[in-house]
Design a protein around this ligand. Structure first.
Ligand SMILES: Cc1ncc(COP(=O)(O)O)c(C=O)c1O
Length: 446
């Protein structure tokens, strides 16, 4: 059977690719119908954080589905949502956190934008509607999430449908927008926020939407330590809410429960997804402090964002079982420690003529490729550098996550290496050895 368009009835995500059919997974490995083994060094899209085939999570899902598979969040509450909200709120840096569950990261970003807007309306600041976000960035593919993202090839033909946010440069030090080095740059990228707020008029700005440690958009770029304290202060001074997108970085991916916890600040709205169920069920969440919700409640209103699958009982049961598994196996600590080992093992690749930078935290690492190391000039997009690399990796049974366009909106090639937190030292060495072979072959492509 040929699993590619136009065969069968699936509208495939890529219409030009023959897909392997995966039958099962175990730990860091996936297996296809022909018995080929794949080392999942990207956890899919940085999702399968606890590895594949975890029976505790499968059993929690099955057990909850047998009890009750669906309840409307408009009509009932249930133990899975009460439990997960309590578990999560203990892990978040919020005083008396309140958590709202949805299904995808994009939806949770949309909901956070709406919550910010409603918060200002409830406080009588109805002009506050504008959003500021960063370039590069990625916050999802629904229309509002795409509008705050800077991923040009996803936006291109949809631009007439989008309501663009104002973009400021991300703290992407390898390609610093002011062409300076930290600390000489004096964090100009953070201070751009204030300039934008002043330009738009602070009375019109609702929120700043930001990744913390970059995801695929900037290949795990880590901001300098002062970045978020400066941003927090600017947001406070100008009454702008700070929404952090921890969809990829949350749930221990960067070696702390949240990437925000590497920095000295408290966000207003925290958005999570992916890792909170390790992909066993689609579940995302947004969390805020009670005092924000109080403004809505005092006006005798509700948060005006209803979705059929909000607070899904099976999703929440999967979330609790995932969090228990992470805690029991000390996987956040393991993400931090194994991340250091993986970074150390990858670091010799910096001498490769096409490797411009290797960066990241915990088990979210990025490798950026360039045509010219000195000038940092990217490969022209038509070379499809990273696509060739991914095919070579797939052939060997190594799964990596690619991204393009980060250098200038069109050009730029990078990979994310983000394996499950359960990965062993032997598997780290396997990633290193496959990557070494692949990079050797890539010299021909350049
Ligand atoms: C940082 C970040 N935010 C938001 C999203 C959107 O999440 P989803 O694809 O679940 O809608 C993603 C997805 O990759 C992401 O990496």
């Amino acid at each position: 059977m040929n699993f590619r368009y136009p065969y069968g009835h699936v509208l495939y995500r890529n219409l030009h690719l023959s897909y392997p059919l995966i039958t099962h997974g175990k730990g860091a490995y996936l297996y296809d119908e022909k018995g080929k083994q794949y080392l999942d060094a990207s956890s899919g899209a940085a999702v399968a954080n606890i590895g594949h085939g975890v029976k505790e999570v499968a059993e929690a899902i099955s057990s909850q589905a047998k009890k009750v598979g669906y309840l409307s969040g408009m009509q009932f509450t249930h133990q899975p949502v009460e439990n997960l909200a309590e578990q999560l709120s203990k892990l978040l840096p919020l005083a008396d956190g309140k958590v709202y569950f949805l299904t995808s990261g994009s939806e949770a970003i949309e909901a956070s934008i709406k919550l910010a807007r409603q918060y200002w309306v409830e406080r009588g600041k109805e002009k506050k509607v504008r959003l500021i976000s960063r370039d590069p960035s990625y916050h999802g593919n629904t229309l509002a999430a795409l509008s705050v993202s800077a991923r040009e090839h996803y936006k291109d033909i949809f631009r007439p449908l989008l309501q663009e946010s104002t973009k400021i440069p991300a703290p992407y030090c390898y390609r610093c927008f002011c062409e300076q080095e930290y600390p000489d740059c004096q964090l100009k990228c953070a201070h751009e926020l204030e300039k934008s707020i002043k330009k738009l008029g602070k009375e019109t700005v609702s929120a700043f939407v930001t990744e913390v440690i970059g995801g695929a958009s900037s290949g795990a770029a880590v901001p300098p330590p002062e970045y978020f304290p400066i941003v927090r202060q600017i947001c406070d001074e100008h009454e702008v809410l700070l929404i952090v997108d921890e969809v990829m970085t949350g749930a221990g991916r960067t070696g702390k429960w949240l990437a925000s916890q590497y920095f000295d600040f408290i966000p207003d709205i925290i958005v999570m997804g992916k890792g909170i169920t390790g992909g066993y069920f689609p579940l995302s969440a947004l969390a805020v402090e009670k005092n924000m919700v109080d403004y809505i409640s005092k006006n005798d209103r509700n948060f005006l964002h209803a979705q059929t699958y909000a607070h899904h009982p099976v999703g929440c049961a999967a979330g609790s079982a995932t969090l228990d598994f992470i805690e029991k196996n000390k996987l956040v600590e393991r993400s931090s420690q194994t991340g250091l080992a993986l970074m150390e093992s990858l670091s010799p690749f910096i001498s490769h003529p096409q490797v411009g930078d290797i960066r990241g935290k915990g088990l979210l690492l990025g490798v950026e490729f360039v045509k010219n190391k000195k000038s940092k000039a990217p490969f022209p997009r038509k070379k499809k550098y990273v696509e060739h690399l991914i095919l070579k990796a797939m052939k060997r049974g190594l799964i990596l996550w690619p991204n393009t366009g980060q250098a200038d909106g069109i050009n730029g090639d990078l990979i994310l290496i983000a394996p499950p937190f359960t990965i062993t030292q032997a598997e780290v060495e396997r990633i290193y050895s496959y990557l070494g072979e692949i990079l050797e072959e890539m010299k021909q492509i350049g």
